[in-house]
Design a protein around this ligand. Structure first.
Ligand code: PMP
Length: 429
């Protein structure tokens, strides 16, 4: 009860101070005060299993990352117009993890800025303005990206140069035609831009289609869409803000499972484990025109502290074998969830790659009818049982399971056990 009173008071204060645009998760907002590994703790010291946070990817408050931050902050932090070893060492390390075609790295503070810069580079390179995104995508907060983020809902007007295309849906589409249909969407969008006197500058997609409801199969389905945008003179921008840095298990990057090499790759969230560092990698030939015609200066982007943090995050991913862990535990968790589906009619589909998992809840299995109301009850029921996750997709009917990569089989079992209990209650209630 104290918890509810405290939450209500904090929420009222938050609305008064921060204004009306913010939202919180859950019927009862959650108020953590400390984090460690896969756990968040409230003021009473109760542990909550974090099955949602892909920012704290190497685990909350990882000591190696915290020490790197503190050490560099105590030594030097400046803007990025001075020479510094840190940014170069990190750029070398990052580029070595990407296909060799991507020769330059640039740094920002947020994924939004990375996508915004990618868009400017693509538009300068192609001389075109058109941008193609999927129909429930999210790509960022800037004006140029909010107008290309239909998941923001009715309050956002899709930009006049932006076209949305149907997102892939491995649950409802024939796997053999999924790639073809996506590419047809791209070609139709290009044609529509041309009918309005525009050319396509870029196809921008989150390579696991996180906000479209998560779609990772069949591997390779992105290829034809990438060919379609290039055939029209546009570039392919892979938004790796969600899947990047090992989460999908079999590779460091979501695009890799499709066997494509993007023209630009944008990075964010897990790159700094919570510290605001983001960036992009780009093919030099795509970057050239922007370098001639524009200049780039980002006060904080690529500063010594951010680079020390980002480098420490890579140390942990490599040192603790987190990509392999994402692969193994992700596989195990999907298997457990599929077994759970044998006992719960409401589970229509379990999908994903590594530790990026979608579990779709349906009102009718045969019809595959999305059940947003049940999904909301399950998300809130799990929160009451101290397991944190959320929902995704245009119908908000898929659980989005995306824990820190230090998630173990024991954590997976705890999640499945809680989900079993909550599904039993939620369906009965
Ligand atoms: N792209 C994708 C796919 C994202 O999910 C997000 C954030 N949710 C962004 C870009 C924007 O990143 P940021 O919030 O760091 O600006």
């Amino acid at each position: 009860a104290t918890d509810t009173v405290d939450s209500a008071a904090l929420l009222a204060r938050r609305t008064r101070l921060l204004g009306p645009a913010y939202r919180t998760f859950y019927d009862t907002p959650f108020h953590p005060v400390r984090g460690e590994g896969v756990w968040l703790y409230d003021a009473q010291g109760r542990p909550f299993l974090d099955a949602y946070n892909n920012v704290a990817s190497v685990g909350h408050s990882h000591p190696h990352v915290v020490q790197a931050l503190a050490r560099q902050a105590a030594t030097l932090n400046t803007h990025t117009r001075y020479l510094h070893e840190g940014v170069l060492a990190y750029a070398e390390r990052l580029l070595a993890l990407l296909p060799p075609e991507l020769g330059h790295a640039m740094f920002t503070c947020t994924g939004s800025e990375a996508n915004d810069l990618a868009l400017r580079i693509a538009r300068t390179h192609t001389g075109a303005q058109g941008l193609i995104v999927t129909q429930f995508a999210y790509h960022g907060v800037t004006a140029s990206l909010a107008e290309a983020s239909p998941s923001l809902g009715k309050l956002v007007k899709i930009g006049p140069n932006v076209r949305t295309i149907p997102a892939p849906d491995s649950y409802r589409q024939d796997p053999d035609s999924l790639g073809r249909q996506l590419a047809e969407g791209v070609r139709a969008a290009i044609a529509d831009l041309q009918a309005h006197g525009q050319q396509a500058a870029a196809l921008l997609v989150d390579t696991v289609f996180s906000s479209d409801g998560i779609c990772t199969a069949p591997p390779g389905f992105l290829q034809e869409a990438v060919q379609a945008i290039r055939a029209a003179g546009g570039v392919f921008i892979a938004d790796e803000v969600q899947p990047g840095f090992g989460r999908t298990g079999e590779s460091m990057w979501g695009f890799a499972r499709h066997g494509v090499v993007p023209d630009i790759v944008t990075l964010g969230k897990p790159m700094g484990n919570g510290h605001p560092v983001a960036g992009l990698a780009v093919r030099p030939e795509v970057m050239a025109a922007f370098g001639r015609e524009c200049r780039y200066f980002n006060t904080f982007g690529g500063n010594p502290v951010s680079m020390a943090v980002a480098s420490a995050v890579l140390d942990v991913i490599e040192g603790e074998g987190l990509q392999a862990n994402a692969l193994a535990v992700g596989h195990y968790l999907r298997e457990q969830l599929r077994q759970l589906a044998q006992r719960h009619e409401a589970i229509g589909d379990v999908r994903g790659a590594g530790l990026f998992i979608g579990l779709e809840l349906v009102a009718d299995r045969a019809q595959r009818t999305p059940d947003a109301a049940l999904t909301a009850r399950v998300v809130n029921g799990l929160r009451q049982r101290q397991v944190l996750l959320s929902a995704t997709g245009e119908q908000a009917s898929a659980l989005k399971i995306r824990p820190p990569l230090v998630f173990s089989r024991t954590h997976a079992d705890q999640l499945v056990e809680a989900l079993d209990a909550v599904l039993t209650e939620a369906v009965a209630g």
